[in-house]
Design a binder for this molecule. Sequence first.
Ligand code: GLC
Length: 456
Amino acid sequence: MKNIRSQFLFALVACMSFLTSYGQGNEKLSDAVDDRKMEWFADAKLGIFIHWGIYAVKGIDESWSFYNGKIAHKDYMKQLEGFTAGKYDPASWAALIKESGAQYAVLTSRHHDGVALWDSKQGVNTVKDTPAKRDLVTPFAAALRDNDIKVGMYYSLSNWSHNDYDEFTREEKRYDIKEEPKRWERYKKYMFGQIGEIAENFNPDLWWFDGDWEHSAEEWEAPRIRELLLKKNPNTIINSRLQGYGDYSTPEQGTPIFNPPAEYWELCLTMNGSWGYQPLDTAYKTPYEVIRIFADMISMGGNLLLDIGPKANGEIPGEQVHILKELGKWLKKHKEAVYATRKGIDLHYFYGPTTLSKDRKTLYLFVPGSPQKELVLKGIKNKITSVSVVGTGEKLEFNTKGAIDWAKYPGISYIKVPNRVIDPYMTVLKVTLDSPLELFNKYGPQKEGDKQEESH
Ligand code: GLC
C-alpha cells in the first residue's frame, strides 16, 4: 500500500514539476535577452516543429514509451532496424513548410532516446545504426536555407539511453550524480560534444532544448552552454528549456488563455495529440481550429510552433499535409495582418483576436466564422479613417456612434461585414487609424502605454 502510494506521489510530483516548467509560459529566462536578435522571431509568427525519429516505426510515443514502461527499452531500440527514411525528400519537406507560410522550422536532431539524426561522432545515430544510412539533418538544413526559412535544432539535454546518464526510466535510475561525479562528467562531455557538432555543422538560427527539468542549471552547466552557442553565433536564439538561460518562453500544448508574462514566447502544439507519427491518433484539429488558435496566439504576441510527425520512411502523413496547405492558403491571403505585426488589443475592446502594425496605425480584426450582425469595436481614441477586407481590399461601411469629445468618449464603432467578404476560415479586417493607437481605459487596469483616465 505504502509503495503504491509513494509511487503515485512520485508520479504526481514528476507530472506537476513537468507541468509547472513547461505548461505555463512563465519560465525563468536569461536577463540578457537581446531585442535586436529577437526581431525576426517576433515577426515570424509561425514555425513548424518536426518530431522525426525511430519511434515512427511502431508509431509509439517518442522516447516516453520506454521511459514510462509501455515497451521495454531493448524493444524500443529495435525500431532502429525499421527506420529506412526511404522516401525522405528534404527539398519537398522544405517546400511544404514554405507553402504553409512558416518562417522557421525546428527538427528533433536528437530526442530523449539518444538517436541522433546526423552523423554524430558519438553515440547512436541514423547513419551507422539504421538502414537509412544517412545524415538526415544536413540536407534538410540546406533545403530550409534555400527557401529562406530559419533553421532551428531541437536537442534533448537528457539521453535516457546513454549509460552515463543518471535517469533510465520512470522506475529505474542508473546512479546518483552526486555519488558518481566522474560518470556525470563523462555524460556532459558527450553532451557538449554533440552540442558542439550541431553548432559547427548546422549553425542553427534557433536552439530548442528539451529535457532540462531533470537537472539544475549548475548540473547542466547551462551558462556555459549559452556562452558557447552565442560565441559561435551571437544572433542565435535559445528557447527557455535551459534552466533560466534561454531567450523565450515555450508553453506546451495548453493554449495560454491570458497573455504569458514573457516578452517573447511560442506555443508548441501538436496537430492531433502526438508529437511523432502515430497512425492510431486520428484526433486531428481541423484547419479552422488551427487557424483559430494561431490567431489567438499572435493576438497575444506569441508564435505558434506547429508540429508534424513524419513516417519512418520520411513521408509526411496526408492529414498533416492538408492542414499545412490550408493554413498556407489562408496565410497567403492575410499575410499583412500576420507577419511583422505586434500583439493586439484587449478582448474588452473587440471580442476577437487582433494584431497591430508596428507603427500602431493599423489594427487588424480577426473575425471567425459567419459575421455577426455588426461587429463592435470600442474604446479607440483615434479617428478611424477606413475599414477594409484584408486580401481583397474591399472597403466596408462603418459608423462610429456616441463619440462626443473623441479622446474623452471615444464612442463605439459598428462595422457591417457582408456575407460575400467572408473567408471560409477567418476573415480579417483592416482598420486604419489617423495616428498611433491610443486606448480609452477609464476603469481598466493600468497598462503600459495607456494613460489612466481621471474619473469625473
Ligand atoms: C516534451 C516531451 C517531448 C516533446 C516536447 C515537445 O518536453 O518531453 O517528448 O518532444 O515536449 O515540446
